[in-house]
Design a protein around this ligand. Structure first.
Ligand code: SAM
Length: 331
């Protein structure tokens, strides 16, 4: 079991397959990109599948592939299929910006993917271009449709709200998501940007988002208990009292869910992290490549988890953002 000193058990593994991205979101990385991890330092498909197999043996039940942008990795289907072929396969999902789904949603579904989260912060083409420094909104929207057609369900949309940038789109995004049958979740911006310019004062807080939603809609809290699920979710009720769909808010900063956290993260270069905000990583790549046995790798995984802190500590006066940005850790 992957358990920490507070008794939390890791059952949800986030696997970053690359640190590279085909967008340059202003809040994530600079226009020129970052110093990418050299190709030979990335875990191969076989190495990734081996680590996931060991994690599953230790009780992991959910695996989410992320990045960087996971779709820039041409062997993503091979990785998904390798994990799906494990004796007791975990549930498999993907977090993506959606670019490339038009051609790959079906092959990913066929490989064993079941669910997908697409990140989208605006429905305005000009604003999308400014925010991501790429003119790809149509590709993202087409990718979302392709994911739905391929039968990936649910398709969730993740939106980071930023003051004076896209916080006027709350209701427009909700209406669009309800019409398209998508589950939209608004996410508080976290101190994870490459340029370390995050400011708590500037952050759009969960309660502000909820205030906007409550002013416009009749909401009913979904019955599922929050547990380790980061999103608080509500059914949006129509005039006749039936649910039109579901909307969520992820208040990672102001409503942290650390006490119920069941996550562990593997970076694309084979470092295990017990928290998104951890300062330390446990190197699995070197031992994997030096011929470590399964038991030896598992022992490293267990000691990594054992050192997990109680919380992300963003509110601590001594808080330091992690040494690597979100794109290199895996969002
Ligand atoms: N490229 C993929 C994507 O776009 O979904 C996966 C990686 S991306 C880093 C994952 C998510 O993290 C995206 O929804 C992105 O908007 C979000 N993100 C990036 N920086 C963030 C920050 N500082 N705070 C909160 N979310 C952030």
């Amino acid at each position: 079991m992957l358990v920490d000193s507070f008794g939390r058990v890791a059952t949800d593994l986030r696997v970053s397959v690359t640190d590279r991205c085909n967008l340059r979101c202003t809040y994530c990385m600079p226009p020129e990109g970052l110093a990418w991890i050299p190709g030979d330092e990335l875990l191969s498909a076989a190495e990734l599948v081996r680590v996931v197999r060991l994690a599953v043996d230790q009780g992991v039940q959910e695996v989410r592939f992320t990045g960087g942008e996971p779709l820039v990795r041409p062997d993503l289907e091979e990785i998904v299929a390798g994990v799906a072929a494990l004796p007791d396969p975990p549930s498999l999902s993907l977090t993506t910006n959606g670019i490339g789904l038009t051609t790959r949603a079906q092959s990913l579904k066929d490989a064993g993917l079941t669910r997908i989260n697409v990140s989208l912060d605006t429905l305005d083409a000009g604003r999308f271009r400014t925010l991501t420094r790429r003119d790809r909104l149509t590709d993202v929207l087409d990718g979302i449709v392709a994911a739905q057609r391929a039968g990936l369900a649910p398709v969730k949309i993740n939106t980071v709200l930023m003051r004076s940038i896209n916080d006027d789109e709350v209701l427009g995004l909700v209406e669009w998501a309800l019409e398209q049958g998508l589950v939209l979740r608004f996410i508080e911006q976290m101190p994870l940007d490459a340029h370390k310019s995050w400011s708590r004062a500037e952050m759009v807080q969960a309660h502000e988002i909820l205030d906007q939603l409550e002013a416009a809609y009749t909401l009913r809290a979904t019955r599922a208990p929050r547990g380790s699920e980061p999103a608080e979710t509500w059914d949006v009720l129509g005039a006749d009292g039936t649910a039109r769909g579901t909307v969520g808010v992820i208040g990672s900063v102001t409503r942290p869910f650390c006490s119920a956290c069941d996550r562990v993260r593997l970076t694309s270069d084979g470092q295990l992290r017990n928290c998104l905000f951890a300062q330390d990583e446990t190197d699995l790549r070197a031992p994997l490549r030096a011929g470590a046995s399964d038991d030896e790798v598992v022992a490293l995984m267990q000691s990594c988890l054992a050192a997990k802190r109680a919380g992300h500590g963003i509110d601590d006066p001594t808080f330091l953002p992690p040494p690597r940005p979100m794109s290199a850790i895996g969002g």
